[in-house]
Ligand binder design. Sequence first.
Ligand code: DGY
Length: 426
Amino acid sequence: MANELIEHAIEILRKNDQGTYTVPTHGLYPFQWNWDSALTALGMGYYDEDRAWVELTTLMDHQWEDGMVPHIIFHKEDEGYFPGPDVWRTGRSLPTSGITQPPVSGFAVRRLYERATDKAKAAEQARPLLAKIDAWHDWFYRCRDPHGSGLVALIHPWESGRDNSVDWDIAFERVPTDGVEPFQRRDLQHADASHRPTQAQYERYIYLVQLFRSLNWDNSKLHDASPFQIVDPGFNGILIRSCADLADLAEKLGHPEIAARNRARAEAGVAAMEALWSEADSQYLCFDRKAGVMIKNASIAGLLAVFAPIPKNRAEQIGARLMDMGKQAKYLVPSQPVGSDLYDGKRYWRGPVWLIVNFMISNGLARAGQSDVVDRIVSDSLSLIEKGGFAEYYDPMTGEPCGGKTFTWTAAMVIEFLSNADREAA
Ligand code: DGY
């Protein structure tokens, strides 16, 4: 069965492979997405190491001069997606969006190197990426933590990847919709409307794009100008892990300055994360930087933080919370707790299970020695695939596959789970 699943996963990766980058799925997402690409490279690494390095290299080739790595790279024209380059208008010769996404690249580059069969060749492929990822990390702390708190803020829900999370509901009320140019959504041609964000949310997404565009995408202005500034523990956890892993790899490859800078960022980040811990919820919570208040919603963001090298006692508390959640949810890990007021098991990030998050949570828990909960997450993830195929996300109670079909990063994560690499490392 494992071999069959891996074969099927590879087939999906190949089908979505465009030669130098991979689309998340044809139709719904016809370009290169940032964190999709970095996680996809991990799955590719099992059957074609060279192609995996190309995936990461293509992504980093589109880094902006200020260090930002955009969330979408519009390699080809495609009328089937909104908002396209004509809405973003970022002025790049090969069009990109103007916001970023969770930086899993430091983690991915280290993992690809660690697993490489030919280390000398992998070192050559990794080396040019180190400085670029370092510059991206620098951009994060310079432009998204301009007041030096040690934690970065998102200025658009799309940056988190968790577009319509319950976490944003209250802060999103502050985002107006006046002046939003009329638009036609394209996502609803490819996916069920009841699985997607609402029209009211889309209007606010576009308001923010228009606001940033009116500031010429100048990242020295965007953070302070945005009515939406959220410190997300999951996003910061990924950034911290990317810094820590980049530091380890840079050390190994003889770049002590990159290593020292990233080690310092990771340490400062871990210390600052403590301010987001909620003892009552036994997990981290988001902080609304604009309003200066904690967001009292115990979503998956505060569990995903375990991907970072947080203190052992925090990882144990998160492990225990997950075991508890597993008594209610048939499949771990729901993006919003099953039974909570605003839970919706089919609507994107308001309940469904995502395999990429399951992978990152279980990777962090494995490092912290939490093998029982890792076993449960891996087994739930594989059951979802066996039952529903390689979907974008799944209902945590029924297991129904939702969103896009034949999804690249879901396939890549299945290969990761079946390879058992984390449990060997733990
Ligand atoms: C979308 O278009 O649904 C994406 O999540 C934005 O990146």
